[in-house]
Design a protein around this ligand. Structure first.
Ligand code: ADP
Ligand code: MG
Length: 323
């Protein structure tokens, strides 16, 4: 049983950043307003995620660590129709199979919370706990029992930068949630959770940068766009500084990010890219998730139309600036 979880972990949990992503997505799914992520040694030693979400019912805490026991949807096609980010019920069992996990959780109104300690997939302790509403989970010694995985990890600087990337993307796609990322007592990211995309952009890219960004929005019968994009002369960025969210979910799609670049026309210097954050709202039925949902790649039925709308919107907005 733990072996099959370890095998699943090989797919879902590649590195500390994958643990952060899965745990924070669970907190978002639990409707947390504030999510604190505390990391030691780039997450290899310890990752702690504290949320103020709805918590897990005491009777279901152990079930949350059983594979597929909690699958929220049945088909991949449903992915963009449901509210939750998780859907396979694989993350917690996978993580617990390759690390040392302590989870404490309580629901609002409960007299007691629940505390559980699981190491290498084995339940070491389960007992009552204080009733602080929300979930507090700590993952220590990731890959302690899978040395090949551990060896595959890069330097701490690289692993930490991947955690920062994940947090930035989650923060940009959830302006309503206040995120905090702390590494060795040092605060790396803090967002207000006030619903303002501009505030998140300031937290991620700096206040100076955020002030200089241009806001844009557009709408047609199929799509609603809104976002922020930097002036071309300020760009220090590469293509990865173009963040695209569809219906509140971070996605990757080359044609769409390229549409932003094309919108600059000749105003964008060769080899330069803007910093852009683009929120798209559309009918979920027009979206199909590619083979591997972990990779965030999506296919769209009306992609060419959306590409045109993005390109034109950026073009019009940049043109107004008289550069
Ligand atoms: P999935 O998110 O795909 O359902 P996970 O393995 O990530 O599967 O989590 C299993 C279940 O544990 C979730 O479906 C949810 O019910 C519960 N859970 C996990 N983390 C939290 C949390 N932070 N707050 C509330 N419930 C949680
Ligand atoms: Mg999950």
């Amino acid at each position: 049983e733990n072996l099959s979880n370890q095998i699943a972990a090989g797919e879902v949990i590649e590195r500390p950043a994958s643990v952060v992503k899965e745990l924070v997505e669970n907190a978002i799914d639990a409707q947390a307003q504030h999510i604190d992520v505390l990391v030691e040694e780039a997450g290899i030693k310890s990752i702690r995620v504290i949320d103020d979400g709805v918590g897990i019912p005491s009777a279901e805490v152990l079930k949350a660590f059983e594979r597929h026991a909690t699958s929220k949807i049945t088909s991949r096609h449903d992915l963009f129709r449901i509210q939750s980010l998780g859907f396979r019920g694989e993350a917690l069992p996978s993580i617990a199979s390759v690390s040392d996990v302590v989870l404490q959780t309580a629901q609002s109104g409960a007299h007691e919370g629940r505390h559980v300690h699981i190491k290498g997939g084995e339940v070491l302790e389960e007992r009552g706990a204080t009733a602080r509403v929300g979930t507090d989970i700590t993952v220590e010694d990731l890959f302690y029992n899978t040395p090949a995985r551990l060896k595959y990890l890069k330097s701490q600087a690289t692993e930490l930068s991947k955690i920062v990337d994940v947090m930035n993307r989650l923060a940009l796609s959830h302006p309503n949630v206040g995120f905090r990322l702390v590494h060795h007592q040092k605060e790396i990211l803090k967002t207000a959770g006030n619903g303002q995309l501009q505030q998140v952009v300031a937290a991620v890219y700096g206040v100076q940068q955020a002030r200089k960004m241009l806001t844009f929005n557009a709408e047609d019968s199929d799509f609603k766009l809104n976002g922020l994009t930097s002036l071309p002369e300020l760009t220090r960025a590469n293509r990865s500084y173009i963040s695209i969210m569809i219906n509140g979910r971070y996605i990757k799609n080359y044609q769409l990010s390229n549409a932003v670049v094309k919108g600059y026309g000749s105003k964008l210097m060769v080899g330069r890219f803007p910093i852009s954050v683009l929120e798209i709202e559309m009918d979920p039925l027009l979206i199909d998730v590619n083979v591997h949902p972990q990779k965030h790649e999506v296919r769209l039925s009306k992609e060419a139309e959306l590409v045109d709308l993005i390109e034109k919107t950026i073009y019009d907005r940049i043109s107004k600036e008289n550069l």
